[in-house]
Design a protein around this ligand. Structure first.
Ligand SMILES: Nc1ccn([C@@H]2O[C@H](COP(=O)(O)OP(=O)(O)OP(=O)(O)O)[C@@H](O)[C@H]2O)c(=O)n1
Ligand SMILES: C[C@](O)(CO)[C@H](O)COP(=O)(O)O
Length: 232
């Protein structure tokens, strides 16, 4: 049986860009909260050993009923002001039995459509090397705006990828890289950025465009459509 890995799920955001009355990870998608769709997808994967869900200190929406539903060990940690702070808190709260050289996955709670195939592909490729991330090649023309909101330049599209999650790195080096970035006042917007800053070369593993991050109401509609058609 292939090895399984713990997954840290940052779920402590406020969802400000969404503009809902509650944090977007608790908005209903079909018959259950967005977060539960994500946790179920992760828990169903045979190479996910356990879930470390990082929630906000003032989270009043988490229901402990989720603990039984998933059939995998599930722990809770308290997040911080930025996503990187929440991920680091989750890494530090993992069981001490997870050694520093063990790989861990990090997946956004806001990405409920991640596919089992993509997770399997990432695990196989990332653990064969120094770690890596799911990503999608940029397929649109990219523009840089000037101060007036007009096009300043068209950016090269070649070798440009959009980072997705899960991202997968060894527990110790990832924790150290995130802590170093925070210490330097650098806000790492993903795990790869912190690892790159620490001198690593994360592997880009192509993932499905349907693995979208729910950021705005339009994203929620698309996620609902995809989940209803069992995409991913
Ligand atoms: N301090 C934070 C900020 C974000 N996240 C999580 O990181 C993921 C990606 O972040 P994003 O999509 O930006 O979520 P929010 O920060 O909630 O959104 P916004 O920036 O619009 O407030 C989400 O699952 C979010 O819950 C987190 O755990 N802790
Ligand atoms: C981690 C991430 O989803 C990769 O694209 C992205 O950086 C999260 O950004 P956010 O602003 O915290 O949603």
């Amino acid at each position: 049986m292939s090895k399984a890995y713990w997954c840290v799920i940052p779920a402590a955001g406020a969802g400000r860009r969404f503009g809902a009355a509650m944090p977007k990870q608790y908005l209903r998608l079909g018959e259950k909260p967005l977060l539960l769709h994500t946790l179920e997808r992760l828990a169903a994967h045979p190479q996910v050993a356990g879930l470390m869900v990082v929630i906000a200190a003032d989270d009043s929406y988490w229901t402990h009923g989720m603990l039984e539903v998933l059939g995998k060990p599930l722990l809770l940690a308290t997040g911080g002001s930025e996503r990187a702070d929440s991920v680091l808190a989750g890494l530090r709260a993992l069981p001490s039995s997870i050694a520093d050289d063990e790989f861990v996955l990090v997946h956004d709670a806001a990405r409920p459509c991640v596919s089992a195939e993509d997770i399997s592909r990432l695990v196989a490729r990332a653990t064969a090397g120094d770690g890596g991330l799911l990503a999608a090649p940029l397929r649109d023309t990219l523009k840089r705006a000037d101060a007036d909101g007009c096009v300043q330049s068209t950016e090269p599209r070649e070798a440009r990828w959009r980072a997705l999650t899960p991202q997968m790195f060894r527990r110790g080096p990832l924790s150290a890289a995130l802590a170093a970035a925070a210490e330097a006042g650098v806000m790492a917007t993903d795990e790869s950025m912190a690892m790159e800053r620490a001198g690593h070369r994360p592997l880009l593993v192509e993932g499905a465009e349907t693995n979208l991050k729910v950021t705005t109401p339009a994203d929620l509609l698309l996620a609902e459509f995809l989940l209803a058609r069992h995409v991913g």
